[in-house]
Ligand binder design. Structure first.
Ligand SMILES: [Zn+2]
Length: 285
């Protein structure tokens, strides 16, 4: 069984009524994806991800994504706190996320916006602590800053999603109780550093994700030239996870079965509440 630890199934790409999300989720289930984690990105979709996770039999996280900080209000943090309190006994609520820092998007890099992102990030780390939940982190050119604040506001660990930092940064996240999320980016041969990390990090470090509909694997990706010639970009969904996993298993020289077993156990360690959502093992009475 596979767990897609990060997919935005509520994204507009999957249809306003989530019909496409449901269809692709069923296809993923047929390929062995037993659970998906759907993170929120802003106050406006806190309810949406919760309802969708219930409809699909999946898990969700609640948080404000750094790319949504420019339009977020301080009151959104109170709304987040209230939602975390209201749904604290919901077994499908597994983490605070997606939170973090993005120092790649130019508009987010000017100093006032860096400070604002940092403030939202730290406040949400405090909420994760207060509610006893792990965190799902967005890391883009921001690993060292994220780590610094994690040391100052320690949480119960979680997942550094779409990880693409250095070996040293990877070890620092692992030391703080985090697992590292690998997805479509690892399927691109030029991504040498990332592929080396995916193959050399201890097996206990890895969780798998699609980040759907973002970060499509290479077989869905159409270059700008190909798009001009009419080749559409394929839509990334949790149904791609087993094939992404096969690439990771190939890089590590291990069987997909062993990778499935290990990454599922790792996901449960990072997001302990997932354990209560697992389908009963086959053959169990
Ligand atoms: Zn995400």
């Amino acid at each position: 069984m596979w767990i897609d630890t990060h997919c935005h199934l509520d994204a507009p790409e999957f249809g306003a009524d989530h019909a496409l999300a449901q269809h692709l989720r069923e296809r993923a289930a047929g390929l062995g994806v037993g659970l998906c984690v759907i993170p929120a990105v802003e106050q406006a979709n806190l309810d949406t991800v919760r309802q969708l996770a219930h409809r699909l039999g999946d898990a969700y996280a609640l948080g404000i994504h750094p790319l949504f900080v420019p339009q977020a209000q301080e009151g959104d943090l109170q709304a987040l706190d209230a939602a975390l309190t209201e749904h604290r006994n919901d077994p499908r609520l597994v983490a605070v996320g997606e939170v973090g820092l993005d120092f790649f998007v130019p508009a987010l890099c000017e100093s006032a916006m860096r400070e604002r992102q940092t403030w939202f990030y730290r406040e949400q780390l405090k909420l994760a602590r207060a509610h006893g939940l792990p965190v799902i982190l967005h890391v883009r050119r921001s690993a060292d800053a994220l780590l610094k604040h994690l040391r100052e506001v320690p949480t119960g660990g979680g997942i550094a999603h779409a990880f693409s930092g250095s070996e040293q940064q990877a070890q620092a996240f692992l030391g703080l109780g985090f697992k590292l999320g690998f997805g479509g980016a690892v399927t691109f041969e030029p991504a040498q550093r990332l592929r080396r990390l995916a193959s050399t990090l201890p097996l206990s470090a890895l969780v798998l994700e699609t980040d759907a509909p973002d970060i499509p694997p290479h077989w869905l990706y159409a270059t700008a030239a190909e798009r001009l010639n009419g080749r559409a970009q394929g839509i990334n969904s949790p149904a791609e996870l087993p094939r992404i996993a096969a690439v990771v298993a190939g890089l590590r020289g291990m069987s997909v079965q062993a990778l499935a077993q290990a990454t599922t156990a790792n996901a449960l360690q990072a997001l302990p509440r997932l354990a209560g959502l697992l389908p009963p093992p086959q053959g169990a009475a």
